[in-house]
Design a protein around this ligand. Structure first.
Ligand code: F0G
Length: 483
């Protein structure tokens, strides 16, 4: 894992790959950025990528593929049923996750749909270390109730706890005792807990949770979408795992999970998804639903080319040089921002760098969506597109009241092997400028608000004319005359 200590004493993450194919980038001028964010309803999801300079919206489906992945795509076996490509992918999943069955699906939320439909009955509880947006929506859709049992430091943005993604095992025991196993659909653990800043769980915690699940006869379902980053953190932060290979760590994780599902838009740097399990009844139930919702058993909504890319991508996930890249670049970004006083989630996690919008814009109340406003403001001053992960990403209660999110984060994703260190430095510089000028940024309000997953398609308006004032301040600053 490469983080080179230079002569100057500086720790610099070094890319362990070289650029072979490139996509030209364009930084639209300020007036175009102001117009673009206004016509996107101040929602970065609604920007066209041609209006974006550095797309840090997500690492989903945007990771760079390797030469081996691209080569594998050329030998894909195009057939509806019984494709040799599927057999190869099934074998690879079996080798890595040690499960008897692999059920393909078109992406992560499709796995969540199938699992919720099969396993969740109305009124049943689903305890988890923390929810993810689409996961919760599918569980709630089936009448289930999500119970968050995070580690006590999980929601503290400023922490040194190495495993903020751990589940509170004692709280889980109390819940299982109080409610009884029959009222629990399954226990869900999410690797690299997305909504709290890409924070990992430890192997010891997963094993303790699984032990309890066994004791009470409840299934443990692992969301492995962000497993690669979590593996890296287990390797470098968990004393007992230092000398284990990544493959051995995955093996131990698999032993402690009854069902493993993932978004291959993240894990495996491809597209698609899948579910691995040795639970015969679960596999049979999923296989019955698959042709109805996803496609035949040997493709499940994925193209064979994607499946070949995924097969190679999963194998590459076992390579320490490969999985260290994301976390090392993120750590660099977090530490550089900390040096400039910018509030960020610590310790650095996976997926991306997370700005703490509540502290960044402490004058903007939560119901004016500080994280959404910060996303719009950063786009205006830099052309960088991030993603709101706060109150906008929550759903209203049935009575129309709005729950305030536990955390207000602006996520700046670093898709794997995509950005260079100078692009990360550009982002740090612009964020630091915005922090100096944070008083200019005010909140947002919804003008169009969908009922479900409103953050995707909702449109907002600024409260006051702060975007124009921010633009003028940027123009006046001499830091970047061409911006
Ligand atoms: N689980 C986790 C932990 C995720 O991060 C995601 C997607 C999903 C499930 C759903 O997978 O997108 O393939 O359907 N996260 C994306 C993101 C959307 O940007 O964080 P999907």
């Amino acid at each position: 894992m490469t983080n080179i200590q230079f002569f100057s004493g500086e720790q610099i993450p070094v890319e362990m790959h070289k650029v072979k194919i490139l996509q030209k980038l364009h930084l639209p001028p300020l007036d175009e950025r102001l117009a673009a964010i206004a016509s996107a309803g101040y929602n970065t999801f609604l920007l066209n990528n041609s209006q974006v300079f550095l797309d840090m919206l997500t690492d989903s489906g945007t990771n760079a593929m390797s030469d081996h992945q691209l080569a594998a795509m050329m030998v894909a076996d195009d057939s509806y049923a019984g494709s040799a490509t599927f057999t190869r992918l099934e074998e690879t999943c079996g080798k890595i996750f040690h499960k008897d069955h692999f059920i393909p699906a078109h992406q992560g939320r499709a796995c969540e749909h199938l699992l919720a439909q099969l396993l969740v009955r109305p009124g049943q509880l689903v305890p988890m270390n923390y929810h993810f947006t689409t996961t919760k929506a599918h569980i709630v859709r089936m009448g289930g109730v999500v119970v968050e049992l995070p580690h006590e430091e999980a929601l503290d943005p400023e922490s040194t706890c190495p495993f903020k993604g751990n589940m509170d095992v004692e709280a889980l025991r109390r819940l299982l005792e109080d409610k009884g196993a029959e009222n629990i659909a399954f226990v869900r653990m999410e690797a690299g807990t997305n909504l709290i800043g890409g924070q990992p769980f430890s192997l010891a915690n997963l094993e303790a949770v699984h032990h309890l699940c066994r004791e009470f006869g409840v299934l443990l379902v692992l969301d492995a979408s962000l497993l690669a980053d979590n593996l890296y953190f287990i390797k470098v932060r968990e004393e007992a795992c230092r000398d284990m290979s990544i493959g051995e760590i995955v093996g131990r994780i698999a032993q402690s999970s009854d069902v493993i599902y993932f978004s291959a838009r993240k894990l495996g740097c491809a597209r698609g998804g899948g579910i691995c399990t040795s639970e015969g009844k679960v596999a049979a139930g999923l296989k019955e639903m698959l042709p109805l919702f996803e496609g035949f058993l040997t493709y499940g909504g994925m193209s064979v080319r994607e499946m070949e890319a995924l097969r190679v991508g999963l194998e590459e996930t076992l390579d320490e040089d490969m999985i260290s890249q994301g976390p090392l670049f993120i750590a660099y970004m977090v530490e550089e921002l900390q040096k400039r006083g910018v509030p960020v989630v610590t310790p650095p996690g996976g997926l991306g760098c997370h700005l703490d919008a509540r502290r960044f814009l402490d004058h903007v109340p939560q119901n004016h969506y500080p994280a959404g406003a910060l996303a719009a403001a950063l786009y205006i001053v830099s052309g960088i597109r991030g993603m709101e992960r706060g109150t906008m990403s929550e759903q209203r209660h049935p009575d129309g009241t709005e729950p305030l999110a536990d955390m207000e984060l602006l996520r700046l994703a670093l898709p794997r092997r995509v950005f260079t260190l100078s692009q990360v430095k550009y982002a740090v510089d612009r964020i630091a400028w915005l922090y100096e000028n944070r008083g200019l940024v005010e909140g947002l309000e919804f003008v169009e608000e969908p009922e479900t997953l409103r953050f995707f398609l909702g449109r907002l308006a600024p409260i006051g004319d702060w975007p124009a004032r921010l633009g003028r301040a940027l123009q006046e600053s001499l830091a970047y005359s061409t911006l």
